[in-house]
Design a protein around this ligand. Structure first.
Ligand code: ADP
Ligand code: MG
Length: 317
C-alpha cells in the first residue's frame, strides 16, 4: 500500500470516477447498485492482472498496465456481443509501490473507462505481501437470449478474425532483447477491445460462436471447436499478420498463430460477413468442419495439424 493508505486511496479513486447510466450508486457503499435494463441478461467477467505474469514494472509503464487491465475485461464482454455497464477493481499493492505508480495506473484504467463509457463502480484495496496484483470485474448486458456463446458453431461455418494477429506477442519477444518504443507496438501497449464489433455482430445474428483472442488464435480456436463439437481448417495464407516495429514488419506466422493478448475477436458465421465492421477489417481465415481437430492448409497445398500452442506469458523457450 502506498504511503497515503487505503481510505485516502479509495477517496482519490472516488473523486476521479464518473458515474454512468447503469450505476444507481457506486463507490462508497457496501455494494454498488446497478440498473439492469428490462429484458436484458447480465454478463460478468473477472480477470487477473498479475505482476511478472501479465506485466513487468520495468517493461510496462503504469498507464499501460491500467489500460490493459480494463481491456481484458472489456474484451470478454465484447466476445459475448455485450455492452459493458460497470467495472470493479480489486487491487493489492506492496508497501514499496509509489503513489505516482498508482496514480498513473488509475489514469490508464480510467482512460479506458471513459473511452468505453464504463464507470468504475467499486472494488477492493489491500496491501500485498509482495508485488502488484489486480483483478478487474466487468459487468455487461445483452438482450435476453442473445449472448454469443463459444458453443454455437456448426460444420461449414466460415471462421473470421477482426484486425490483425501476433502484434502483442511480437512486442514481448522484442522487450526481451531490449528497449521498445511503445508507439511502434500499439497492439501490445494500447490494445483496443472490439466492443462495437461484437455488439454489431450480435445485433445482426451474424456470429454463430465467438471468443476473444487472449491466449492466441490456435488455443482460442480450440475452445470454440471443443465447445461447439466441430473441427477447423485454417488457411495459413489468409491469416492477417500484424505489422509492428520500426520499420514496420509483418510478424512471424508462429506469433500470429499462437501469440496471445491481441484482444481481437474470433468468430464463426454461416452468413455473409462484411469486410469491415465499425471500421475494423474482418478476415475470413477458414471454416469449421464436421470432423474434429484443427488443420492448417499451407500455401503450397500441403496440410498439417494445428496444435493449440497459445502464448504463455514470459515463458522462455
Ligand atoms: P467494505 O469493507 O465494505 O468492502 P471498503 O472500505 O473496502 O468497503 O470500500 C469502500 C468503498 O470503496 C466500496 O464502495 C468499494 O467498492 C470502493 N472501493 C474500494 N477499493 C476500490 C478500488 N480499488 N477501486 C474502486 N472502488 C473501490
Ligand atoms: Mg472492501
Amino acid at each position: 500500500m502506498p504511503p497515503v493508505g487505503e481510505k485516502s486511496l479509495i477517496d482519490q479513486i472516488r473523486r476521479r470516477v464518473r458515474v454512468g447510466a447503469s450505476v444507481v450508486s457506486g463507490i462508497g457503499d457496501d455494494c454498488a447498485v446497478l440498473r439492469v435494463p428490462a429484458g436484458h441478461q447480465l454478463l460478468v467477467t473477472t480477470d487477473f492482472t498479475l505482476e511478472n505474469v501479465h506485466f513487468r514494472r520495468e517493461w510496462h509503464p503504469p498507464k499501460v498496465v491500467g489500460w490493459r487491465c480494463l481491456t481484458r475485461g472489456l474484451s470478454d464482454i465484447a466476445a459475448m456481443g455485450g455492452k459493458p455497464r460497470a467495472a470493479f477493481l480489486s487491487i493489492a499493492l506492496e508497501r514499496a509501490v509509489s503513489q505516482k505508480w498508482v496514480d498513473r495506473f488509475l489514469a490508464g484504467l480510467l482512460e479506458a473507462a471513459e473511452e468505453f463509457r464504463v464507470p468504475l463502480a467499486g472494488g477492493d484495496t489491500a496491501q500485498s505481501v509482495g508485488g502488484i496484483q489486480a483483478d478487474i470485474v466487468v459487468v455487461g448486458s445483452v438482450p435476453t437470449g442473445t449472448a454469443v456463446l463459444r458453443s454455437g458453431a456448426r460444420p461449414g461455418d466460415g471462421i473470421y478474425v477482426t484486425g490483425e494477429l501476433g502484434g502483442s506477442a511480437a512486442a514481448i519477444a522484442r522487450l526481451r532483447e531490449g528497449k521498445v518504443r511503445a508507439a511502434d507496438f500499439e497492439r501490445h501497449f494500447h490494445p483496443v477491445a472490439r466492443v462495437k464489433v461484437g455488439q454489431w455482430l450480435r445485433r445482426r445474428w451474424l456470429a454463430s460462436a465467438m471468443i476473444d483472442i487472449s491466449d492466441g488464435l490456435s488455443t482460442d480456436l480450440e475452445h470454440i471447436c471443443k465447445e461447439s463439437g466441430v473441427g477447423a481448417e485454417i488457411e495459413v495464407a489468409a491469416i492477417p499478420r500484424a505489422r509492428v516495429g520500426r520499420p514496420a514488419q509483418q510478424v512471424d506466422m508462429d506469433l500470429a498463430l499462437h501469440g496471445g493478448e491481441d484482444y481481437e475477436l474470433l468468430f464463426t458465421s454461416a452468413k455473409k460477413v462484411p469486410a469491415k465492421v465499425a471500421g475494423i477489417p474482418i478476415t475470413k481465415i477458414g471454416q469449421t468442419t464436421r470432423k474434429g481437430g484443427m488443420m492448417l492448409a499451407e500455401e503450397g497445398g500441403g496440410r498439417r495439424k494445428l496444435a493449440a500452442r497459445g502464448w504463455e506469458h514470459f515463458k522462455r523457450n
